[in-house]
Design a protein around this ligand. Structure first.
Ligand code: SF4
Length: 385
């Protein structure tokens, strides 16, 4: 035996110190964070345990479930290379105008009945005008009255608009940094990294919670990932969606690689652990790409992360609500609710059935009609229209 696969004590990683730093709300050192991304003498289960202890310290075993509603699709004048709604994309999406307030509220009600904790609305475009702000303020105040938390992604915002949204009851503004300042011009030229930072500042000054994350897999270096991880720490983002690039046909940025390598489930898991250990108290959300890039390791992702989307993303399909909830329960976690007694009936039945060990009825497979494995992701058009 040559010992190639045996981790020597000299390069064993200080997993316990990482956990302790996190529990003290300190980020791990950048060199350690780089080693995690590189997989340099990293034992995956020890790392997952270290990050999981930090997550448990701040969030227990709860998972916050978000449902995303694309309230206006396409026709965006910006050139974000990863986005199917961009002016430069040939992705086969079906654009539609801003949904009516009633339609948005109906979507929120359905999300609430499926077990959502927070309803996230997204409007395509560079930034909203006054009419759109008023429209969204109306929707937000009605959704808040239902007892659902709200988040809005609306592009660039100034101080006045951020304050109007806060006054309507908006809890959080989502505006992702997406990547590092250095790499930003590679993915977008119609606005800058600093424009994005300004919007986050306006949200903070207005007293809104800040949800800001990244997209992994846009051909960035690991140093870029570290830059954005620590930048999110510097702005104290309270929620960090970690997206993994989905290769949508027709988009300019379309080949998921990071550090010159394709994404794989072990790397994706290490990114989530790194994000937890750099941002110990933030809500770390496994966002787009969970199913495609974590694959069979999805339940392990719930150890570093405490939040996820269900029922799909802006333009692509995702795991359905029932399957997501079962995965959460099977892994020993529980959906977050301010008041569990107010959980929707369907979710309570699922949780009780899970506790009783009852299984859904198996359905014989119709092999003739069985879906084939999809090599590329299908853009979900009909669902959003
Ligand atoms: S990410 Fe937003 S701003 Fe950029 S192209 Fe897509 S919709 Fe437009």
């Amino acid at each position: 035996m040559d010992g190639t696969h045996t981790m020597s004590s000299t390069n064993a990683r200080p997993y316990r110190q990482w956990t302790q730093a996190g529990l003290d709300d300190r980020s791990i050192d950048r060199t350690d964070a780089a080693d995690i991304l590189n997989g340099n003498a990293i034992d995956t289960l020890s790392l997952v345990h270290a990050a999981g202890e930090v997550r448990r310290g701040f969030f227990g075993n709860t998972v916050t479930i978000h449902v995303l509603d694309n309230v206006r699709n396409g026709a965006c004048p910006e050139d974000c290379g990863y986005c199917g709604q961009s002016r430069d994309s040939d992705a086969p999406i079906q654009p539609y105008k801003l949904k009516s307030v009633d339609a948005i509220v109906d979507d929120a009600r359905r999300a609430q009945e499926s077990g959502a904790y927070r309803f996230c609305m997204a409007i395509s475009g560079r930034g909203p005008g006054e009419r759109e702000i008023e429209h969204m303020c109306d929707a937000i105040s009605r959704i808040k009255a239902m007892g659902l938390r709200t988040c809005l992604s609306a592009g660039l915002l100034d101080d006045d608009k951020a304050r109007q949204l806060r006054d309507a009851g908006l809890d959080r503004l989502n505006h992702n940094l997406n990547t590092s300042r250095r790499h930003y011009p590679e993915i977008c030229t119609t606005h800058t990294y600093d424009d994005r930072v300004d919007t986050l500042r306006a949200a903070k000054d207005a007293g809104l919670g800040v949800c800001s994350g990244l997209i992994v897999g846009m051909n960035e270096t690991y140093e870029d990932l570290l830059d954005v991880a620590y930048a999110l720490r510097a702005v104290r983002a309270e929620s960090i969606p970690v997206n993994f690039l989905l290769p949508i046909e027709g988009n300019r940025v379309n080949n998921p690689t990071s550090g010159g390598r394709p994404l794989d489930p072990q790397f994706v898991l290490r990114v989530l652990c790194m994000m937890r250990l750099v941002n110990p108290t933030a809500e770390i959300r496994i966002a787009a790409g969970r199913e495609a890039h974590l694959r069979s390791l999805q339940p392990l992702g719930l150890y570093p992360a405490n939040s996820l989307f269900m029922e799909g993303y802006l333009l692509t399909e995702g795991q359905a609500a029932g399957d997501t909830l079962r995965m959460i329960l099977d892994a020993g976690f529980t959906p977050a609710f301010d008041n569990p007694a107010e959980a929707p009936e369907s979710l309570r039945r699922l949780i009780e059935g899970h506790a009783n060990g009852s299984l859904p009825h198996a359905t014989p497979t119709d092999t003739a009609g069985a879906p084939e494995m999809r090599a590329t992701l299908k853009v979900s058009v009909a669902k959003k229209a």
